[in-house]
Design a binder for this molecule. Sequence first.
Ligand code: TXA
Ligand code: MG
Length: 353
Amino acid sequence: MNTELFKITDENRETQAAVSAIERAGKILKSGGLVAFPTETVYGLGGDALNPQSSRKIYAAKGRPSDNPLIVHICRWEDLAAIVKEIPGAAEKLGRAFWPGPLTMIFEKSELIPAETTGGLATVAVRMPEDKTALALIQAAGGYVAAPSANISGRPSPTLAKYVREDLGGRIDMILDGGPSCIGLESTIVDLTEGAPTILRPGCITKEMLSKVLGEVETDRGLSETEGGEAPKAPGMKYRHYAPKAELTIITGEEEAVVKRINGLLEAAMKKGLRGGVIATDATKDRYRAASVKSAGDRANEEEPARELYRILREFDEEEMDVIYSEAFAESGIGQAVMNRLLKAAGHRLEKV
Ligand code: TXA
Ligand code: MG
């Protein structure tokens, strides 16, 4: 299959070429094809959420287990009612505060959503993204676009169109390139179907932000458990995701001690003939003796590692590292989501120094 690539930026958005590319992409989705598109979090792999065949195609293209449900993307609040059984008061409050944006809410699903889209669950995940290209595409497609992250299952979510092409080129009909994703990590997921609102996946919208709107908010216990603990409620969180080819270990502690320990580990790895990489920060990047050092940005600004993490993990894969050592990052704001993804990528290997 030939995969068409079309770039849409704020500069060309209003041109006839861009408008007709969106129309073409909408038609592809309506007729059961697949289109990858930018969102503010990560790139999504879209199909018609109301068409069971489209959902099957999404699972096949990603190599994703079909019990792992998809997020349905909408572009207008009015479209929500048709796909859910009821809209709880909490959802109205969250919608008003955070939609369009990087928040996904779980509802009881209506008959309109086929079981294929929700991996057989009676609930459905819904998000209204903020990215202009995403919103235009959803509208052109008829209002309901099922979209997981646009990566091969088990690889980091793509934050650039070139990563979508690497993973899915030749397997899907079209890729809309919107440049680098501005957040870089997947949306926060909140379950509104049982008891108190519960975070199933941390993201840019933090627990504190949700609590300001809703009062009490819980965090799924399955999230904090390591191997063998309670299963996470979002089926996707149980898979070993975001796993780089190299063995990744996180080293945490005072800066001096971390730099010293990582340099010691690198030296030992080198003696064994292993290629070592480091995920550092701007302040420490020149202090490591490694085959490859990548800075995740300014330590004081947790939005930078959020934006850079998946790109760095993919680059280390390309460079065929054997081992990677990463500094730990601040857990304030989106930093909590950064550490959640980093720990998963590391298979929970964390050393305190
Ligand atoms: O930021 C995002 O959310 C991106 C962009 C493209 O919107 N999408 C994304 O989708 O990250 P995906 O499929 O890679 O992750 C969806 C997560 C999975 O962990 C899945 O198990 C969970 O959402 N999920 C979906 N429907 C659910 C449901 N009904 N109940 C519980 N978890 C659900
Ligand atoms: Mg994903």
